[in-house]
Design a protein around this ligand. Structure first.
Ligand SMILES: [Zn+2]
Ligand SMILES: [Zn+2]
Length: 143
């Protein structure tokens, strides 16, 4: 992991790569990696490259959960390319698991708290229930 971090620091001198509580890209140019983690070294590398993918894509704004899922999928596609460059083995299953946690999140976020029906989300990110008319915002994101 340290080797990868020093390579990235050389290739992207404008990036700050810092230890933090979780893997996260914070615009404009900071990547955090979890310093205490249950992930294997290989998984941690993948997660860091995924966050680098977010940085390279430069797309961090989303209005709906579907857009969020698209951004996540793109960042994993970017991570796959970066894996080839940095000689990290890309783990398709691991990436799919991560995306699944977003899909689950999206599913739960879309359910009406009153009648459990799937609501629809407007472009400002608010969900509406077609049956009872309740509205709500999506909850907190998965890691
Ligand atoms: Zn992501
Ligand atoms: Zn409802």
């Amino acid at each position: 992991m340290q080797k990868l971090i020093s390579k990235l620091t050389k290739d992207f001198p404008e990036l700050q790569i810092e230890a933090g509580e979780r893997f996260q890209f914070t615009p404009p140019a900071t990547l955090f990696y979890a310093s205490k983690t249950d992930y294997s070294d290989a998984e941690a590398k993948l997660l860091l490259l995924h966050e680098l993918g977010h940085y390279l894509l430069g797309e961090t704004d989303y209005h709906t959960d579907i857009e969020l899922l698209e951004i996540e999928a793109k960042a994993w596609a970017e991570a796959e390319k970066l894996c080839a460059k940095y000689e990290v083995e890309y783990d398709e299953d691991f990436a799919e698991d991560r995306l699944d946690s977003y899909r689950d999140y999206l599913h739960h976020a879309s359910l009406c708290k009153v009648c459990q029906l799937s609501g629809y989300q407007d472009e400002r990110g608010r969900y509406h229930c077609p049956l009872c008319g309740a509205t709500w915002r999506s909850g907190s994101l998965p890691e």
